[in-house]
Write a new protein. Structure first.
Length: 118
């Protein structure tokens, strides 16, 4: 059974940095795209960043230039490097994976809380 475990959330000050990690297990992830989504209180879940099997990336406009995404295919892991954090980045962050369409992912992590204070 496929399982995604996301870790690394916490509290940061505005302008600071955090790194989130996602570990995938229980399946073959060759060819899968992976990504991050977030959900702030009272808002719908939104796309943050994605990385495909070959390393091509895409970011939401709100995080472009501040966040970076990487993956290690040999270890089935993915990271989100969040820099220049803003209070509006506060949300529960979820890693996700899908063999075809990461914007509608089949697999989700359990979520990790990120809080940014002003």
């Amino acid at each position: 059974q496929v399982q995604l475990v996301d870790t690394g959330g916490g509290l940061a000050q505005a302008g600071g940095s955090l790194r989130l990690s996602c570990a995938a297990s229980g399946g073959t992830f060759r060819g899968y795209a992976m990504g991050w989504f977030r959900q702030a209180p009272g808002k719908e879940r939104e796309f943050v960043a994605q990385i495909n099997w070959r390393g091509s990336t895409n970011f939401a406009d709100s995080v472009k230039g501040r966040f970076a995404i990487s993956r290690d295919n040999a270890k089935n892991t993915m990271s989100l490097h969040m820099n220049s954090l803003k209070p509006e980045d506060t949300a529960v962050y979820y890693c996700a994976a899908d063999p075809q369409n990461i914007r509608s992912p089949r697999y989700w992590g359990q979520g990790t809380q990120v809080a940014v204070s002003s």
